[in-house]
Design a protein around this ligand. Structure first.
Ligand SMILES: Nc1nc2c(ncn2[C@@H]2O[C@H](COP(=O)(O)OP(=O)(O)OP(=O)(O)O)[C@@H](O)[C@H]2O)c(=O)[nH]1
Ligand SMILES: [Zn+2]
Length: 347
């Protein structure tokens, strides 16, 4: 196998089989490692290539970092493999679609600085986004060296089903455990200052050292290669370090919310009334859990807030979708009238 092939970028047997089934004549497999207005960098069997994205009105217009594609001999992206997962946030443009930030992500690292206010609500929001994307979340408390107290237990309690770890990129504490937990393509999310870039560099290790070589003359760092968003990790797997992943507006995340709050969902299953609002109803198992200290009022409130936001987003989307459908329908009707007129005038 050549050094530049696609295996460090995550190509495996299953994907190869899929490509074999769908690749059309003259196209070769490639993975999008960076998007750039109408063009993208893709990794191919023979190295990194600049490719042209499909036109914005094409079916493939929503291409993003992490996508597996087929490119033709002129380096045009022609085909897109079905995504195993997609991190989607509400679209800034207000269109009735979510905005895909990264595709085919297997592990989402939810980063929070341990030395500041550890915001549990925000962690829950990011968990909902991660679960919804179909990736496995890992909650990472960063900068553990700088924190007097690392609230691991408090964070574990709000992240059922996810591994929660404390790390320090500075001292290296916890990095071995984290590395061993990583699976496939890894993406980092978290607020500004959470230590995402520093952690990404620590995980990339030698790779970054090679790309940010120091010039001998003035000792200034210099990027010897262009910035890539998706890079191979030294121990296998890949890492997406996408600046855009800071955004955490939810996009239709009902399932993600259910998984994030699986404890509340299971308490709720034991409430006497099926439509219990968990406020003052008799036989409410959720209130009972709060009274016994198994659940916090904060967490219930956080759940309510995210569920409400999600409902609002869905309602808005439904309205937009409706409006878009009507517009399309009107266009079709107009076109039909025109055709009809043309035909009658030709008679
Ligand atoms: N003490 C300590 N400081 C850290 C550690 N990791 C990151 N920092 C510091 O925290 C600050 C923010 O780190 P970044 O890696 O830039 O954070 P980020 O999440 O990438 O921030 P944005 O790029 O704004 O999204 C920097 O000053 C880092 O030096 C750590 O493990 N220990
Ligand atoms: Zn109830």
């Amino acid at each position: 196998m050549v050094e530049n092939d696609l295996i460090p970028y995550g190509l495996n047997e299953a994907l190869s089989d899929e490509y074999e089934r769908i690749l059309t004549d003259g196209c070769v497999p490639a993975r999008v490692i960076r998007m750039d207005r109408g063009e993208c960098d893709v990794a191919t069997f023979t190295g990194i290539v600049r490719a042209r994205c499909p036109r914005s009105d094409s079916e493939l217009s929503g291409l993003c970092t992490g996508d597996w594609v087929g490119i033709d001999q002129q380096s045009n992206v022609r085909q897109l493999l079905p995504r195993r997962s997609a991190i989607v946030r509400s679209s800034v443009s207000g269109r009735s679609e979510g905005h895909v930030l990264a595709a085919n992500v297997d592990t989402v690292l939810i980063c929070t600085a341990a030395d500041g206010d550890v915001d549990l609500n925000r962690i829950e929001r990011m968990l909902a986004l991660a679960w919804e994307s179909n990736a496995q979340p890992i909650v990472v408390l960063t900068k553990a060296d700088a924190a007097e107290y690392v609230p691991l237990d408090e964070v574990r309690a709000v992240a059922p089903g996810a591994v929660t770890l404390a790390v320090s990129a500075t001292t290296g504490v916890g990095l071995d455990v984290l590395t061993a937990t990583l699976e496939g393509t890894v993406a980092l999310i978290g607020p500004s200052g959470a230590g995402k870039s520093t952690l990404a560099n620590a995980l990339l290790g030698a790779e970054v050292f090679a790309t940010n070589a120091v010039r001998a003359g003035d000792k200034k760092g210099r990027h010897t290669t262009v910035h890539r968003e998706l890079r191979p990790l030294p121990g296998g797997g890949t890492l997406i370090d996408t600046p855009g992943l800071r955004g955490i507006g939810l996009w239709d995340a009902s399932e993600g919310i259910e998984r994030t709050f699986s404890d509340i969902e299971s308490f709720a299953g034991r409430c006497r009334f099926g439509d219990c609002a968990h406020r003052s109803e008799p036989g409410c198992a959720v209130r009972a859990a709060i009274d016994s200290g198994e659940l916090t009022e904060r967490r219930l409130e956080s759940y309510r807030k995210l569920a409400k936001e999600n409902e609002w987003m869905r309602a808005r989307t439904d309205k937009r979708l409706q409006a878009e459908r009507e517009r399309v329908w009107k266009d079709i009707t107009k076109q039909q009238r025109r055709n009809y007129r043309d035909r009658s005038s030709r008679r």
